[in-house]
Design a protein around this ligand. Structure first.
Ligand SMILES: Nc1ncnc2c1ncn2[C@@H]1O[C@H](COP(=O)(O)OP(=O)(O)OP(=O)(O)O)[C@@H](O)[C@H]1O
Length: 263
């Protein structure tokens, strides 16, 4: 499903956090949102799923304005993996993933065999089946993160929003999760918008990148257009270079140095 953000602005109190942010994301595309701390990436994701309301501009999910959609309607289309999951909860991993089916159920309706199969499949894809009975507060950060991704997949979303999905993961699981998101996006035509600080993984797996600084889009497009040495210098104050890695047949970033003298 396509997603369109048209000229949105957002303020927390009197501080302007997003200004004139626009982007058009096609069905099945993987888009990475990059930018320094505090540049507005999470705020943008939260506007897309209507957790926050922009002061101006509009957001279309498919062809429909989010302001005309109920929370349930949005949850049936958009799965969300929020940043840093500190869900120290007594619920089991299975209970948490099952919660992903709630938007699809009628009030007081219990899960059907089909819901249970969807949940099983989501847990297999994220490699958490063996954790099903464990309580969330007994899991490691990375295990919890994979359970939360499974919950979002159990919603069977058309659009998946992820806020730093690889934050707590070891390198092996970082690659595994991104490979999984990549192949899901390709096989199911799932549209993915992912906030990340990892330039190399973003260059490698995203079709398009959006670089933000102080609430504005500084550059956007496929990695070779958006992630130039100049844009990385301007946005991140680093000396870095995008290159095509023949071994993996994908883009990668080599980071040389920080240009900030006060670090
Ligand atoms: N609830 C809030 N109230 C007031 N200001 C906020 C609130 N949430 C975020 N901000 C501010 O809005 C700005 C953008 O925050 P946001 O979380 O969107 O940035 P980000 O790019 O996701 O950052 P990070 O990379 O550190 O996660 C920051 O200056 C932040 O301090």
């Amino acid at each position: 499903m396509k997603l369109s953000v048209q000229g949105i602005a957002f303020e927390y109190g009197s501080s302007q956090v997003l200004s004139d942010v626009s982007m058009d994301i096609s069905e099945g595309e993987i888009v990475g949102i990059l930018g320094p701390n505090g540049s507005g990436k999470t705020t943008l994701l939260r506007c897309i799923n209507k957790a926050l309301s922009p002061k101006s501009g509009s957001i279309l999910i498919g062809d429909k304005d989010v302001n005309e959609m109920s929370r349930k309607e949005i949850a049936l289309k958009v799965g969300v993996v929020p940043q840093s999951v500190n869900m120290g909860s007594q619920f089991s991993a299975l209970d948490i993933v099952m919660m992903g089916r709630i938007p699809a159920l009628e009030r007081f309706e219990s899960e059907s065999d089909s819901d249970i199969n969807i949940v099983k499949h989501a847990m297999e894809m994220t490699n958490v089946t063996h954790l099903a009975k464990r309580s969330m507060d007994s899991l490691s950060g990375g295990e919890r993160q994979r359970v939360i991704i499974a919950r979002a997949l159990a919603q069977m979303p058309k659009i998946l929003l992820l806020d730093e999905p690889t934050l707590h993961l070891d390198v092996n699981h970082q690659l595994e999760i991104l490979e999984m998101i990549y192949s899901l996006s390709r096989s199911e035509n799932l549209t993915v918008v992912m906030v990340t600080h990892d330039l190399s993984l973003a260059a490698r797996y995203c079709d398009k990148l959006i670089l933000m600084k102080k609430g504005k889009i500084q550059s956007s497009g496929p990695p070779e257009i958006s992630l130039t040495s100049k844009s990385m210098r301007d946005v991140f104050s680093i000396e870095a270079e995008l290159y095509f890695d023949e071994r993996i047949q994908k883009y990668n970033v080599s980071m040389m140095s920080s240009l900030k003298e006060d670090i």
